[in-house]
Structure formats: structure tokens, C-alpha cells
Design a protein around this ligand. Structure first.
Ligand SMILES: [Zn+2]
Length: 329
């Protein structure tokens, strides 16, 4: 496939498991994916669980590479326990308590395995090879089933005390606001996640089939449907307020928005920018740019690969130890 070093990247999400070979410039050379959960078992034609499906994907990618991958990078829905090598995504109970990192170490012995949460992976990916290039201080926000994110501060991925920094979706923006799945109130996720948008629109009279998705709601907003438009304005208000709070706190020069809901483009970005402008008064806050991500659906795969190719910038000695810093002679 290539004579250059490649990273074997794995993206574990609530609806899809993906794996890819990614070169040292952030280019995806090959990718493969399976649905998460029951469909994965059917696709594999047997009783394999999620861990088994991840192994199948990893082995198929390793077999496609001309030489042993430099490392395996895993981006997973959280919460993640990086040092323990385990993940507990709400939507993937199959993985709870399972030795994810140890299992993959067994797949390719001697190849280092690095785990990170998907929000942090998104920030690493956009900083390394996407819309965040050139921004030493930025935040990536992923708006889909939930609202996640990650921070780059002074050119490095910021992990925080527990490795979960960047959960912008749960930084409350309203006093006594709407209840959030996390248990708090007033979180941006309670207004801007796909399920929150749909629930609000339906409760305000949006008439759509039960199978309607966030993409359908975005399409309705684009054609001028008043309820859909108000739903996106409300989400934009929450995310714009959140952005002003982040910009004031972290002095970032860009906030990059991606994810399934953000894929609706200006339908969401325009209300975010308006709300941000209304809440960003100080010069250094107002100068922060609100931009769409550049890497699309590959963002977490490329972010996971960033940890393998650029450990000095995107891994943490504290959480990953120094072993991931060993590179091939
Ligand atoms: Zn919350």
C-alpha cells in the first residue's frame, strides 16, 4: 500500500465502528466500517461482540498494510478511562468493563496502543490536518447525538485532571435551564443535540413522521419551516453562548464545529455566529473565529492517527506513559 509509516486508527461510536490506515500527513489510505451492536453481529455472521468486531476491523487493516503499523490509535465515545484502557459509552453497554486496549495489544503484539476520547480526538484531528491548522489555541465541538469536544492549548491536546477536558456540551449556559441527560440543567447538549432538537420541535408542533431525523429538521429549517427554524435558533443560541464562554476562558483563536447536526452547515452555524457576536464583547473574545470542520466523517479516525504520528503534541505522558513516544528506528 505504501512504504511510509502508517497509523492504524480505530473509531468507536454509538452507531458505527470504523478503522483506517492513515499516513503521516493525515491522509486516509484505506478504511472499513461496521455498524455497532446487533447489526455488527449479523454482519460478521456469528456471535462476535463489539470487541470482536473491533478486532476484525483492526486485523483487516493490518493485513492491508505493507508493513507493521507504527501504532494503533483508538478514539472512543466516552467516558474513557485512558490509564485503565477501558471505555464506558452509554450507547455501547457491550464494551463496559471490557479490556479494550489490552485486547488490541494482543492483536498486534509490540505495536503501541493509544486510547483517547472522541472529543479530544476531534480536536487533535482538526488541529493536525483540518480547519484548526495554524491555530495553537482552539476548541473543536462535535454536535451530534450529544455535544462533545476537545481543546488544543499552546499547540498541545489538553487532557485535564481526568483526561476528559473539553466536554463543552456540559458547560451550562442557562440558569435553571432545560434538563440534560447528564443530570444537570442548562447544558448546551440539552438544546443542541440531535435528540434535543427533535424533541423540542415535536413538542412545539413540528409535524413529521416518527422516523424523522435531525437532517430532516435541518431541511425543514432551510425551506423556512418556522418551528424548525426556531429549534435551530435555540440550539445556535446555546452553542453561541457556550462559544463566548469558552473563548473568554481559554483565549482560543478558533472554535471548530462538526458532527451530524453541525453537518447542516449554515442552518446551525449562522445562529451560532449571531449568538456568539451578541455575547462576545471583549476584543480578544470577539476575534475568535467560528468555523466548520474540514475532516467530515473521518475526523475521529484522523484524530486517533494524530496520537500515533505526533505523540509529542497529542498524547499525555501522565495518561499514556512514555511508551507511546518510542518510534521505529
Ligand atoms: Zn449536561
Amino acid at each position: 500500500l505504501t512504504t511510509d509509516d502508517v497509523a492504524l486508527a480505530i473509531d468507536i461510536g454509538g452507531t458505527k465502528l470504523a478503522a483506517a490506515l492513515v499516513d503521516a500527513t493525515g491522509r486516509v489510505l484505506r478504511r472499513s466500517s461496521l455498524p455497532t451492536g446487533q447489526q455488527a453481529r449479523l454482519a460478521l455472521g456469528g456471535p462476535a461482540d463489539v470487541l470482536g468486531a473491533v478486532e476484525v476491523l483492526a486485523r483487516s487493516m493490518a493485513a492491508a498494510a505493507d508493513r507493521m503499523p507504527l501504532g494503533i490509535g483508538i478514539a472512543s465515545a466516552g467516558p474513557v478511562d485512558i490509564t485503565g484502557g477501558r471505555v464506558t459509552p452509554v450507547n455501547i453497554p457491550d464494551l463496559h468493563g471490557r479490556p479494550l486496549v489490552d485486547h488490541l495489544r494482543g492483536v498486534l503484539p509490540d505495536v503501541p496502543v493509544t486510547l483517547v476520547g472522541d472529543g479530544l480526538a476531534a480536536a487533535a484531528g482538526e488541529h493536525w490536518a483540518g480547519a484548526g491548522r495554524g491555530h495553537d489555541n482552539l476548541v473543536a465541538v462535535v454536535v451530534s447525538t450529544g455535544v462533545g469536544g476537545g481543546l488544543i492549548l499552546d499547540g498541545r491536546l489538553h487532557y485535564g485532571s481526568s483526561g476528559n477536558a473539553g466536554h463543552t456540551g456540559h458547560a451550562p449556559v442557562a440558569i435553571d435551564g432545560d434538563p440534560c441527560p447528564c443530570g444537570a440543567r442548562g447544558c448546551p447538549e440539552a438544546y443542541a443535540s440531535g435528540p434535543a432538537l427533535l424533541a423540542w420541535a415535536r413538542s412545539h408542533g413540528w409535524d413529521a413522521p416518527d422516523t424523522a431525523t435531525g437532517a430532516d429538521l435541518a431541511a425543514a429549517a432551510r425551506t423556512g419551516d418556522p418551528i424548525a427554524t426556531r429549534a435551530f435558533k435555540r440550539a445556535g443560541d446555546a452553542l453561541g453562548t457556550m462559544s463566548a464562554a469558552i473563548a473568554a476562558t481559554c483565549d482560543v483563536s478558533a472554535i471548530v464545529f462538526g458532527g451530524g447536526v453541525a453537518a447542516s452547515g449554515e442552518t446551525l452555524l449562522d445562529p451560532i455566529r449571531r449568538s456568539f457576536a451578541a455575547h462576545a464583547a471583549l476584543g480578544f473574545v470577539a476575534s475568535c473565529r467560528i468555523v466548520p470542520l474540514a475532516l467530515g466523517g473521518d475526523i475521529c479516525l484522523i484524530g486517533a492517527a494524530a496520537l500515533v504520528h505526533r505523540p509529542e503534541q497529542y498524547t499525555s505522558d501522565r495518561f499514556h506513559g512514555s511508551r507511546v513516544l518510542t518510534t521505529r528506528a
